[in-house]
Design a binder for this molecule. Structure first.
Ligand SMILES: [Zn+2]
Length: 383
């Protein structure tokens, strides 16, 4: 079988509109590529989200490529140089929504897989794709992982094809992420006339004391793998349109990115204790926990990927845990997770684009990684 071309796959996927949570024709198209290669297809539909799990091979170490076919909206279509779903290639650059985030990553790993499976003697490769990564991510990989846990699906290593490089291909491999949660804390007082403050209770001074405490608190100094825990205040809301009324409540929103030196519960307790110190029990807290911190325990594979990226791009990639969350946060419950993909500096922007030679290089990186991974783990594989 002739190996597939990552540029053709990426261009075709871009031309299939799939704004989150819709998959459009993308998953049917990918099925039409994977089935002739010998993949077994399983589909999971949760609410309006489509998920596809394609597996090849029955024994040996199991590598799973993870990706999403959904894309963010295009913004103002008039601002695009080329229509966002046209997949135009100009001066060796492929333009379109999803070019780097992450239809290009899918194009590269599907092409790499098509190149290796004719030679794969003992090993298992799977591809897991969802249409709910850019949205709330409730019915995508999160739910598939529930199914995997129930049936004890064994995966050794997951490679997420998200764009991990900031400016050039080869700059960064993600080997984990800090944890993340959002908090809204409402301080309650007693509303009234500013001329009669003894009859009211203004919650704003208490809130200011609270904010001063949490803003100046040093949670930790970070670790070898993780930047320090960081709090960012994102909004303070009083909603008071008048100048002669003491407001009855004020709320603050903040996000925390945290290292494995803490847990969500330990941090929640810290904030609740400080809130109580400032306003007793006159507060209400709402917590949304996005992700726990994690890192890839398979250091051997992280080093192997680092070596392969260096050989193919000439750049020695940093192993990093920075950045936002991805679906890797769900997969980490069942296997080691690494992320490496394209250059993400145009992701979610007008004129999102990818250099076509980056698609080919990424395909080469995935192929060479698979080749050596299976050789190292099973001598009977030879390419
Ligand atoms: Zn993405």
């Amino acid at each position: 079988m002739i190996p597939l071309d990552p540029i053709v796959i990426t261009q075709s996927l871009i031309q299939m509109e799939s704004i989150t949570p819709h998959a459009g024709d993308t998953l049917n198209y990918l099925k039409s590529l994977l089935i002739p290669m010998g993949f077994t297809i399983e589909e999971f539909f949760f609410h309006d989200v489509s998920n596809l799990y394609a597996t090849f091979g029955n024994s040996g170490p199991h590598i799973c490529f993870l990706g999403h076919v959904d894309v963010v909206p295009i913004g103002n279509g008039d601002h695009w140089t080329y229509p966002p779903f046209s997949g135009v290639i100009h001066d060796d650059v492929l333009y379109g929504r999803g070019a780097v985030d992450m239809k290009g990553g899918i194009g590269s790993f599907v092409a790499a897989v098509s190149q290796i499976i004719p030679h794969l003697k003992n090993g298992k490769i799977s591809i897991l794709l969802t249409s709910d990564e850019e949205g709330p991510a409730h019915h995508g990989v999160k739910e598939v992982v529930h199914v995997f846990k129930e049936r004890n699906e064994k995966i050794d290593l997951c490679i997420v094809g998200e764009p991990t490089n900031l400016d050039q291909l080869g700059a960064m491999i993600k080997i984990g992420r800090r944890g993340s949660f959002n908090a809204t804390i409402k301080f309650k007082g007693v509303m009234g006339h500013v001329a009669y403050p003894t009859r009211c209770s203004n919650p704003i001074p208490s809130m200011l004391s609270f904010l001063a405490i949490i803003q100046n608190h040093i949670f930790d100094a970070g670790t070898d793998l993780f930047d320090p825990t960081h709090l960012e205040i994102t909004s303070i809301d009083v909603g008071n349109p008048t100048s002669n009324v003491i407001p009855g409540e004020v709320s603050v929103k903040f996000n925390v990115r945290y290292t494995p030196l803490h847990t969500f519960d330990s941090l929640k307790t810290f904030f609740e204790t400080k809130a109580f110190e400032c306003v007793n029990d006159q507060y209400e807290a709402t917590w949304i926990h996005g992700a726990e911190p994690f890192y890839c325990h398979d250091q051997t594979s992280a080093q192997l990927l680092q070596n392969v990226v260096h050989e193919i791009t000439g750049i020695n990639p940093v192993l990093s845990t920075t950045g936002g969350t991805s679906d890797g946060r769900f997969m980490k419950d069942i296997c080691s997770v690494m992320e490496f993909g394209l250059v993400g500096n145009t992701a979610h922007q007008i004129n999102e684009c990818v250099r076509v030679d980056d698609l080919v290089k990424l395909k080469d990186i995935y192929f060479e990684f698979l080749n050596r991974y299976f050789k190292n783990n099973q001598e009977s594989n030879s390419i």
